[in-house]
Design a protein around this ligand. Structure first.
Ligand code: CA
Length: 225
């Protein structure tokens, strides 16, 4: 049974999270402060942390930095819609994903499952990714849309691979840039804007309202199969 630590100062939400996770057979610890979170993490094996960024004692980002000093445990942060800058800092500090409040429990549970699969290294790397709009054969490097072949450049394939390996997961812009262009390019977010516009034109049914290559403004990109 995966052990999940919930860090949330709002009692009603903390209780709701604990009840939902226990019902799905997770082992749950729930605390309401950053100090208690670091203490709980230090006392035992954790498989995942759900961390509210707005805590009464420590900043959630400080909790992430504290954990990342010695632990690679997956961290999903809960953040307020208006706290964009804090979300970016949380991801830079080592959070794996985020969910914006108010969120549906199903969405959070899906993010938890994805984070746990990635941590176990059991996230299957698909050879063929098929969506309603297009099909990508990653092994043969063949893309088709409506039955017609679409030509993609090596850089476009590289970008696609970096994203579809983590379906449904936010991949920070800096991480995509480092993986595809190299660590010196981590701040060149304009590259991503140009390449994703290109990919959408080639693959999305309606490039202006993409359903598969999703931009998370200021944060990164997400592939929705
Ligand atoms: Ca809070």
């Amino acid at each position: 049974m995966p052990r999940v630590l919930i860090v949330e100062d709002e009692p009603a939400l903390r209780r709701a999270l604990a009840i939902n996770l226990k019902a799905r057979h997770y082992e749950v610890d729930a605390v309401g402060t950053g100090t208690d979170a670091l203490a709980a993490a230090a006392t035992g094996e954790l498989d995942l942390v759900i961390l509210d960024l707005g805590l009464p004692d420590l900043d959630g980002v400080e909790v992430i930095e504290g954990l990342r000093g010695w632990s690679q445990v997956p961290i999903i942060v809960l953040s307020a819609r208006e706290a964009q800058a804090q979300k970016v800092r949380a991801l830079d500090a080592g959070a794996d994903d985020y969910v914006t409040k108010p969120f549906g429990m199903d969405e959070l549970l899906a993010r938890i499952r994805a984070a746990l699969r990635r941590a176990e290294g059991t996230e299957p790397v698909p050879a063929v990714v098929a969506t309603a709009s297009f099909t990508l054969d990653l092994a043969a490097k063949r893309a088709t849309r409506d039955g017609a072949e679409v030509r993609l450049t090596p850089t476009e394939w590289h970008l696609i691979e970096a994203l579809v390996r983590r379906p449904g997961t936010l991949v920070p812009a800096s991480q995509l840039l480092a993986e595809v262009w190299g660590p010196a390019y981590e701040k060149e977010t304009n590259y991503l804007r140009v390449y994703f516009a290109q990919l959408r034109r080639k693959l999305e049914a309606v490039p202006g309202t993409p359903e598969h290559f999703i931009t998370e403004p200021g944060l990164g990109y997400r592939f929705e199969p």
